[in-house]
Design a protein around this ligand. Structure first.
Ligand code: DLL
Length: 437
């Protein structure tokens, strides 16, 4: 398989939906045969589902194919899903996941190249180019954030500042001294950087940031506003997962209306997570990806567990790819509280909407007398902390009302002093579930 790479490729990114479908169909036919012939698990799964590669004529037949689950990666750890001999693998990336046992993914040279191209497209869509200085504070290592952003930034010819995560004071010093124009990190770490600057009384005019590509965890429109105000940049969303490539599977352009999916390399679907049945564009469900061009460890209908909506209406930027909305939750981190589905991202939006509190919170769920209770511990801003008790009671009430109206659940609000809720340099962990379910 030879796949050519370029950074912004209007011929691919702006091709009509029909042309794209034809390209995807051709690639799907090829990859399904390749998987059947080279990955024993896929052969077994397809045989069990009674489907043969030649029955897949195009994307319209995708539903006939079996799903791949995260457990398939765990069970075949480390090399069981490789479609090529180990000698052709030039990189391993991985993720620890929430359950502890790691998953790893092997990349051929071509896979690294395609991934690089995907991130380069994302940075280009964020206004990036050879004149830019890109500070990367995603972690470097098995996690795909650091190296992925690095490769993409190098590809657009930018000057890369490979900070990795952590050491906030040094990050801030470098941001100012080197004059980064773009920032790549998790939205929670970007918030921490912005707030630390404010505490140090550094005016944001000291920064030269124009845009940021923030991802690896869910965040909200309210958080976007907050980040744009704190850092004086365009805050853009970037999505990806180790199993498929890493960051850059989808990315926002400066129109900020959803993330363009790199559809020439991945085929996206939305399904009902309970029944596995496909859902139309515009409805919320579980996101499924099939890689179309990967060689090392291709993925067949991978169940991401991420919940979102796909949109196929045109974007003013000219790209015709499908766009995915924000991840509203995961089928596995969704909290069911007294029968109501609640996602941490909804709570975040509710809290930021009220004002007076910082976007740092923890959700604590308990089971008392066989009924679930939700406590939202949220941090006050410095200004609010010194306010009168009666005013704080008002803030608490407003927060409780807002949480109730957004989620439908009555929550106990606990106001925490500034800087008392843990900060995260990578992905934030916001749920403590003490129920023995
Ligand atoms: O988080 C890859 C990445 C790095 C994406 C840097 C963006 C930026 P994993 O560690 O395998 O890979 O975690 C993948 O993180 O299934 C989502 O649940 C979540 N996630 C990633 N990006 C976003 C986002 C990287 N923009 C898992 N919004 C995914 C919400 C996200 N959730």
């Amino acid at each position: 398989m030879t796949i050519s790479a370029s950074i912004y490729d209007p011929q691919t990114e702006c091709m009509s939906r029909e042309q794209l479908r034809a390209l995807q169909s051709e690639r799907l036919r090829r990859i399904v045969r390749y998987e059947y012939e080279n990955v024993p698990l896929y052969r077994q799964k397809m045989d069990a589902a009674g489907v043969r590669p030649e029955q897949i004529r195009g994307v319209e037949d995708i539903c006939r194919l079996p799903f791949t689950e995260k457990s398939d990666l765990r069970d075949s750890f480390p090399y069981g899903l490789l479609a090529v001999p180990k000698q052709q693998i030039v990189r391993i990336q991985g993720s620890s996941g929430t359950t502890g046992k790691p998953i790893v993914v092997g990349y051929t040279e071509s896979d690294v190249e395609i991934w690089t191209e995907m991130v380069a497209r994302a940075l280009t869509a964020a206004g990036g180019g050879a004149d830019d200085i890109v500070q990367i504070c995603y972690g470097y290592g098995l996690f795909t954030g650091g190296l992925g952003a690095h490769q993409g930034a190098a590809r657009i010819g930018a000057m890369v500042v490979p900070m990795s995560s952590g050491n906030t004071q040094r990050q801030l010093m470098m941001l100012q001294e080197l004059g980064a124009t773009m920032l790549c990190c998790t939205p929670s770490y970007a918030t921490l950087l912005g707030e630390s600057l404010r505490q140090m009384n550094v005016d944001r005019s000291r920064l030269r940031l124009k845009s940021g590509c923030f991802g690896a965890e869910p965040w909200s429109e309210e958080m976007r506003q907050k980040l744009e105000e704190l850092l004086g940049l365009e805050a853009l969303n970037i999505y990806g997962l180790t199993e498929i490539a890493g960051p850059g599977v989808a990315y926002e352009c400066l129109q900020k209306n959803g993330m363009h999916i790199n559809e020439d390399h991945v085929l996206a679907e939305i399904i009902d997570p309970a029944s596995g049945e496909p859902l139309p564009y515009g409805s919320s469900g579980e996101l499924i990806f099939t890689t179309l061009t990967k060689q090392g460890q291709p993925m067949l209908r991978y169940r991401t567990r991420d919940i979102c909506t796909l949109y196929d209406d045109p974007c003013p930027c000219g790209r015709n790819t499908l766009r995915m909305g924000r991840i509203s939750g995961r089928t596995d981190d969704m909290l069911v509280i007294r029968g109501v589905n609640v996602f941490p991202s909804q709570i975040e939006a509710a809290l930021i909407g009220v004002g007076g509190v910082a976007p740092h919170f923890v959700l604590v769920v308990e089971r008392v007398n066989s009924s679930d209770t939700l406590e939202v511990r949220v941090e006050l801003t410095e200004e609010m902390f010194s306010d009168t008790v009666s005013h704080l009671e008002g803030v608490k009430r407003a927060l409780a009302e807002q949480v109730k109206s957004v989620t439908g659940v009555q929550a106990k609000i606990t106001l925490a002093p500034p800087k008392s809720i843990p900060r995260f340099e990578g992905k934030a962990k916001r749920v403590i579930d003490n129920r023995k379910l």
